[in-house]
Design a protein around this ligand. Structure first.
Ligand SMILES: Nc1ncnc2c1ncn2[C@@H]1O[C@H](COP(=O)(O)OP(=O)(O)OP(=O)(O)O)[C@@H](O)[C@H]1O
Ligand SMILES: N[C@@H](Cc1ccc(O)cc1)C(=O)O
Length: 478
């Protein structure tokens, strides 16, 4: 990397060294003189929380995004995702939705996979150091994350654009610019522009320094790499805005200061609120409560159910954050909910919109089928389910492939599937009503299985023992 040229150095008057002193919460009226500005709209939806820096720059942030107010159109906005796991999760979705809103308004967006930064581990919002990941693991996670990001961007475009022209969606990996980087060159060119006092003042650093475990140099330098990413994207892609969860503001500020020092130009940060669980913990990998976006970790049915379960006091907020539905439509949905709360209309709409965005129309159809099959005992739904759906739905269920011999009885089936104990106890479980096949109770152990009743069109039987023990049987040679 060539040493970055120092063009202007000046210290912003309002940007002290005290962490977040330059962050303002943008009021609706202040966001833009034209009340419908992109930032004002997203502020009203609750998606954009803080803006940094809001004032004191040559260009005011809202001006960047609106055509005809002197801002350069289109702008480029980025958000980074560290591949510390092999899938995105619901928390990431919020930052992604932020990017999608910019894309819809005609701007170009970059989703940056942190193939390099994930090796260090971001200390922001963490009380303990992350478990170190080896290079191969990070690389394979990075590939999976890139795929996930591209799949989401494709769904978004295909299902929601309706022929409209949007800005571009680009996926990059920061290992591309760190891979061949010489350490001494980097420190000489970049290190000199960071002041220790400022770096040490960050909340993420302060918290960790006060913890018994302390902080490693690798973690401490994390913010320098994220700042350099911003600079790199500014230079190569004209990127002036970085988006991130509100735990990212310290890192974004480091980027602002670095770019401002080197170029004299203004760049900006926008945060989205952190989504938390009912216990108040940030929803994500660290807290171990992530709701994943990859189908093999969280099925479309589970994602759908996660949103369907949301309480009334959160659902309106989530409709605004996680869907693209216009605000008047959300108002209407909420008004209907007051008159017919038992229908759980807002929850159903929220679950459907998010599942469609993440897993496409087919994923949404699968989630609805699974819901019918499990909670409404629908045989029609069960009958058209694929093996994959059944395994996703009955995750804990054992799956056996059996040959259907002539005269196979209910008792034979339960035994072959290892679903009941041997001897009279197993027999009694059936006669006492503890067994059902395809949602119908079977009390006669000697009944012979009937195709179309006990065996569905797709060659499957769903055996249930007691309240929640499921066994899936796939019949061979039917
Ligand atoms: N629960 C959440 N709510 C809102 N934004 C989130 C949430 N979790 C992560 N993000 C944001 O997504 C972006 C990428 O996060 P990243 O993959 O690095 O995970 P993280 O912040 O380290 O979280 P964790 O490791 O706890 O899952 C960041 O801007 C981060 O703030
Ligand atoms: N630090 C971010 C991820 C990220 C990585 C590189 C960046 O340039 C920006 C953001 C996080 O952990 O959430």
């Amino acid at each position: 990397m060539a040493a970055p040229m120092l063009r202007y150095i000046f210290r912003s008057q309002w940007l002290g060294t005290q962490g977040l002193s330059g962050v303002l919460s943008l009021g609706l009226r202040e966001a833009h003189s034209a009340a419908q500005g992109l930032l004002a709209v997203q502020k009203a939806r609750g998606l954009f929380k803080e803006f940094f820096p809001e004032r004191g720059t040559k260009t005011e942030l809202p001006e960047l995004f609106d055509r005809g107010t002197g801002g350069k159109f289109p702008q480029t906005i980025y958000c980074g995702f560290d591949p510390t796991a092999d899938s995105l999760h619901v928390g990431h979705l919020l930052a992604l939705l932020g990017l999608f809103h910019f894309q819809r308004a005609g701007h170009n967006v970059i989703a940056l996979v942190g193939g390099a930064t994930a090796r260090l581990g971001d200390p922001s919002g963490r009380t303990k150091e992350r478990e170190a990941l080896d290079a191969e693991r990070v690389q394979s996670n990075a590939r999976a994350l890139s795929q996930g990001l591209k799949a989401l961007a494709t769904n978004h475009q295909q299902l929601f654009a309706n022929g409209r022209t949007w800005g571009s969606f680009t996926v990059l990996d920061n290992s591309a610019w760190y891979q061949k980087q010489d350490l001494v060159d980097f420190l000489a060119a970049v290190g000199g522009h960071f002041r220790m006092g400022t770096l040490l003042s960050r909340l993420s650093v302060q918290t960790r320094l006060r913890s018994p475990e302390g902080m490693s140099l690798a973690e401490f330098l994390y913010q320098v790499l994220q700042a350099y990413d911003f600079y790199y994207l500014f230079q190569h892609y004209g990127c002036r805005v970085q988006l991130g969860g509100s735990d990212q503001l310290g890192n974004i500020m480091s980027g602002y200061e670095f770019i401002h020092k080197l170029t004299g130009e203004d760049v900006f940060g926008i945060s989205v609120p952190l989504i938390t669980s009912t216990t108040g913990a940030k929803l994500g990998k660290s807290a171990g409560n992530a709701v994943w976006l990859n189908r093999d970790k969280t099925s479309p049915f589970e994602l759908y159910q996660f949103f369907l379960r949301q309480q009334d006091d959160l659902v309106e907020r989530y409709l605004k954050l996680f869907t693209f539905l216009p605000l008047p439509e959300i108002d209407h949905i909420m008004q209907l909910h007051v008159t017919e709360p038992e229908k759980r209309g807002p929850q159903k709409r929220l679950a459907a919109e998010v599942t469609k965005l993440v897993h496409g129309q087919e994923g949404l159809a699968s989630a609805k089928r699974c819901t019918q099959a499990l909670y409404h005992s629908s045989i029609d739904a069960l009958e058209v389910m694929s093996d994959q759906e059944l395994k996703e739905l009955f995750k804990e269920a054992s799956f056996s492939e059996l040959v259907l011999d002539p005269g196979t009885s209910v008792l034979d089936t339960c035994r072959k599937a290892n679903a009941i104990p041997d001897g009279p106890r197993g027999y009694r479980m059936i006669t006492e009503g503890g067994v059902s096949i395809n949602h119908k109770q079977v009390t006669n152990p000697e009944s012979v299985l009937v195709v179309g009743q006990h065996i569905l069109k797709n060659g499957l039987s769903l055996l249930k023992i007691g309240k929640r023990n499921f066994y899936i049987i796939k019949w061979l040679q039917l």
